[in-house]
Design a protein around this ligand. Structure first.
Ligand SMILES: Cc1ncc(COP(=O)(O)O)c(C=O)c1O
Length: 398
């Protein structure tokens, strides 16, 4: 018998854990509405980008890059963030990661020194935030985002949730799982609180190109000015390359208050050597290359969001706020004693219909409970079929 004993608990994945049940549903048609991966539906990586990658591979870019990322790509990112979001950063403030996911593990592993260390997240939030914080031994609290106000952050609640152990205030905008786009005045209030409390802001903007219905959006750095912001972004979603694994973080930090954290993260990055060099090369200068695919995605998402919103609200026992950005809708379900909780509802639904929805409490046990998340990525016909089955299931469960 080996001698290792591990006290750590398994990391949960509310987006993928239900797939174990899918394996038991031998032969049943399933609807993979659980994962925010456009390439699983009728979206594909733009041709020019595929060619850039082929070129980068052929041009002998198979080496390890600098740990912080290819310098040319960091220049591209600096230009974009300084122009689009009024950030004040140089190449030294950018670290290229294998998706934002790697960035999150760098940040939370670096910042968690004791079990008291606490992080303020939007409730509900993208599950990896919660899971990494727990795994690295820290705590999290969620501030309310208000369903009756299009899932905008509730500033009074956010203020109440700050304590002396709070190390970061996190914003996910546009939001996963609610599809909400935060109003600038609300982001401004969050940033002001962060300034008063001397806490940096962590701003995840991975969906910042995917906004529909002319909704106004402003990046956090453009609002924060002299308050330190760690910005997170990546190419998975807006460039339709989730499997290429490319993201970045940047430190918008005029007074260098986060220099220790930045150096710690760079030291971690050195130990994993490099992000994928050919993929980085393919993205050099990306913002001056074709962008028509983004318009096409947004047009499709706008129509699909409208359909999902209308259809789901027609089903008795289900209500949903219309998403303004990202890939998701986060409906509420009346459990009415029929199911113990949202997890049981999603499992029962999956076993009976083949529809895979992650359960809401996986995004936050407080503000996510009694909800589920659906992607709005599938073509309307596929959503029509799946939501029709959901409707029958709700009727039969009365
Ligand atoms: C809000 C948010 N942040 C980060 C990620 C991770 O993205 P990636 O690691 O592909 O950059 C996702 C993926 O769904 C997300 O929704």
């Amino acid at each position: 018998m080996v001698r290792i004993q591990i006290k750590k608990e398994l990391v949960k994945s509310p987006l993928r854990d239900l797939l174990k049940i899918v394996k038991e549903l031998k032969g049943m048609k399933t609807y993979p509405f659980n994962i925010g991966d456009p390439n699983k539906f009728d979206f594909d990586t733009p041709e020019f980008l595929k060619n850039e990658l082929i070129k980068a591979v052929k041009e002998r870019n198979g080496y390890y890059s600098e740990a912080e990322g290819d310098m040319e790509l960091r220049k591209t990112i600096v230009e974009r963030e300084n122009k689009k979001n009024n950030a004040s950063i140089t190449e030294d403030d950018v670290i290229i990661t294998q998706g934002i996911s790697e960035g999150l593990s760098f940040i939370f592993s670096s910042l968690i020194d004791s079990e008291k260390d606490e992080f303020l997240l939007p409730g509900p939030a993208y599950p990896s935030y919660i899971q990494y914080i727990k795994f690295f031994g820290g705590k999290y609290a969620t501030y309310k985002t208000d369903e009756s106000d299009s899932w905008q952050p509730d500033i009074d609640d956010l203020r109440k949730k700050i304590n002396e152990n709070t190390k970061l205030i996190s914003i996910i905008n546009p939001n996963n799982p609610t599809g909400s786009v935060y109003e600038s005045r609300i982001v401004k209030e969050i940033v002001n609180i962060a300034g008063e409390e001397e806490i940096p802001v962590l701003s995840d903007e991975i969906y910042d190109e995917l906004i529909f219905d002319n909704t106004r959006y402003e990046g956090t750095s453009s609002i924060a000015k002299d308050i330190p912001v760690i910005g997170l972004n990546g190419f998975s979603k807006s460039y339709l390359v989730p499997g290429w694994r490319l993201g970045y973080m940047y430190f918008h930090d005029a007074q260098n208050q986060l220099s220790r954290l930045k150096e710690l993260i760079k030291s971690l990055a050195r130990n994993r050597l490099s992000a994928c060099t050919p993929v980085m090369k393919a993205f050099v200068g990306i913002y001056s290359k074709p962008r028509d695919h983004i318009e096409i995605i947004n047009k499709k998402l706008k129509d699909r969001a409208a359909f999902a919103h209308k259809k789901l609200n027609e089903i008795e026992g289900i209500s949903a706020v219309k998403p303004q950005g990202a890939f998701y809708i986060f409906p509420k379900v009346e459990l009415n004693g029929r199911w113990k909780n949202d997890e049981e509802f999603c499992i029962d639904l999956l076993k009976n219909t083949g529809i895979i929805f992650p359960y809401g409490s996986g995004f936050d046990p407080v503000y996510g409970k009694d909800h589920f998340r659906s992607v709005i990525l599938p073509p309307v016909e596929m959503m029509e079929e799946a939501f029709g089955k959901l409707e029958d299931f709700m009727k039969n469960s009365k």
